[in-house]
Ligand binder design. Structure first.
Ligand SMILES: *Cc1c(COP(=O)(O)O)cnc(C)c1O
Length: 231
């Protein structure tokens, strides 16, 4: 079931690429495996899938230990500074950087391990009170500050828009994120590229692809519903 779901999501991404004139190779599907057992991930791994997303440090580390080392792990959840050290050399990309303080912590831990860490800046484009992420207007200045850290590379932006019954309603937020990336890119800041947009989840990933997503983060649509109490 999981592998069929995965293939279906890939197929939907392909057709969204086709209808919006994008290349399939521009979009990476992240299978969001949070709360799901190692056996589910192993099943997808055996199907050829290598890109997974987790939102909790402990869970990511446990799964990292239990599973093959060629998996590319994406940290998509809110990250506390005191936990950066546990994941710094295990993740492909940190999607959820929302302060200079967090970026500085990543810089310090990356310097210790002599690695360079790719990050995205999380933006609360809809301006929701309850959400993590920077306000749109704060982003250019904070990007400029983080750009000075030699062991951190900003690759682009990430957003989690409001839940929408109709995914089309979120296109305006995806478009806003894209525009913000274009504006920042135009500043040509050293050590900053704005080519990657992480946006789109189970309910709205095809709309996100149409608006330019580079990474879509799909959990429920692949693994099925999560136990609510464990979210
Ligand atoms: C859980 C989660 C997802 C996946 O959500 P689904 O609706 O299950 O696809 C995507 N992004 C983030 C940041 C998440 O925490």
């Amino acid at each position: 079931m999981i592998t069929q779901n995965y293939d279906k999501v890939l197929e939907n991404i392909k057709s969204a690429c086709k209808s919006s004139g994008r290349k399939e190779s521009e979009v990476t599907l992240i299978a969001v495996s949070k709360t799901k057992p190692v056996s589910d991930i192993q099943e997808l791994y055996n199907h050829g899938v290598r890109v997974f997303g987790e939102n909790k440090v402990q869970e990511l580390c446990d799964k990292y230990e239990a599973l093959p080392k060629d998996i590319k792990w994406h940290m998509i959840g809110h990250l506390q500074r005191n936990k950066v050290k546990y994941i710094i050399d295990k993740v492909e990309l940190i999607h959820s950087v929302d302060s200079v303080r967090l970026a500085r912590q990543i810089e310090e831990e990356a310097a210790k391990k002599n690695v360079r860490v790719d990050i995205l800046i999380e933006v609360n484009v809809a301006g929701e009170e309850s959400k993590f992420g920077l306000k749109t207007e704060e982003v250019p200045d904070i990007v400029t500050q983080i750009a000075g850290f030699p062991h951190v590379s900003i690759k682009g932006l990430m957003t989690i828009p409001p839940f929408a019954e109709n995914p089309e309603d979120n296109r305006k937020y995806f478009n806003k994120l894209k525009q913000l990336a274009v504006d920042i890119k135009a500043k040509n800041i050293d050590n900053v590229s704005m080519d990657k947009l992480s946006m789109g989840m189970t309910g709205d990933y095809t709309a996100a692809v149409t608006e330019g997503a580079s990474y879509v983060r799909v959990g429920t649509g692949i693994f099925g519903e999560r136990n609510i109490s464990a979210v």
